[in-house]
Unconditional design. Structure first.
Length: 254
């Protein structure tokens, strides 16, 4: 996707603001902060990508040299690993800044979930997390922005992975089915993590609410809920300590 990264990121930050047009006046300051952060994140990610590509490319071509001493090979492998970690962080941040509603097309929720899973595959596999899919192709098509809706699932899977971090693995179940009431399609993301008490689950959709200290932004689920409501859908959570967490998203049929 070539030209004008800067203009794009401005437009994206604005459409993120647009998503929140229905919010109360006192949230304005936080939305401005978010829009500014979106611009900063998009700009910074683009700047970091170039030099990072050089670092990874050079490391990989150096590693192909058969005359390399073992110690140097080890150092190069560590550089490559660190570079890949930065790359994945940058990709995540870019994904966050790509929230946009400018292109609305027919979206199939099953393909959307599959596409999100491709992006989270490394993350789940490297942590020994089992993915269980139950995708009912009879779920109706939706109207929406594919990449923006994909962010919903990437975020929910990411949170599930983080929730199960301390327990050495677990299961994430993704299901898609037609709504029983004929409204449209329902998707569920369920994990076997620690779950949350009511005091926490009541606040998780608020902007900047996080229990992860400096490692969290508290923006993930807020952005998720804005994306879902911008698509005229609903999101609910079911969770209890020791019983895992299930997010349920209902979206109207096209
Ligand atoms: P962040 O991930 O940056 O903390 P989010 O908005 O994505 O922000 O999530 C807010 C909070 O909701 C998290 O800090 C965590 O306490 C809680 N949470 C979200 N998803 C889960 C989950 N699958 N299991 C347990 N807690 C969760
Ligand atoms: Mg999160």
């Amino acid at each position: 996707m070539p030209p004008k990264p800067k203009r794009r990121s401005n437009a994206d930050a604005q459409s993120l603001l647009g998503l929140s047009a229905s919010l109360a006046r006192e949230d304005l300051l936080q939305m401005e902060k978010l829009a500014a952060m979106g611009r900063l994140v998009a700009g910074l990610s683009h700047e970091v990508r170039g030099p990072l590509g050089t670092i990874l490319g050079s490391t990989q071509s150096l590693q192909r040299n058969p005359a390399l001493p073992a110690a140097a090979k080890e150092s190069l492998a560590r550089i490559e690993e660190a570079g890949k970690r930065i790359k994945s962080l940058v990709e995540n941040l870019l994904g966050f800044s790509r929230v946009s509603l400018t292109t609305i097309v027919r979206v199939d929720l099953c393909s959307l979930v599959e596409s999100a899973l491709e992006l989270t595959d490394f993350e789940t596999r490297s942590r020994g997390i089992e993915i269980v899919k139950s995708l009912d192709r009879k779920a109706p098509m939706l109207n929406g922005n594919f990449n923006t809706l994909k962010q919903v699932f990437i975020n929910l899977i990411g949170n599930a992975v983080q929730a199960m971090e301390g327990q050495g693995g677990g299961t994430i179940k993704l299901s898609v089915s037609p709504s029983p009431d004929g409204f449209g399609a329902v998707a569920e993301v369920a994990d076997t993590g620690p779950g949350m008490p009511r005091e926490i689950s009541d606040k998780i959709f608020e902007p900047f609410f996080t229990t992860k200290g400096k490692k969290g932004t508290g923006l993930g689920l807020w952005v998720v809920s804005r994306i879902v409501s911008a698509h005229k859908g609903r999101i609910t959570v079911e969770s209890a300590p020791g019983r895992g967490t299930t997010f349920r998203i209902s979206l109207p049929a096209a």
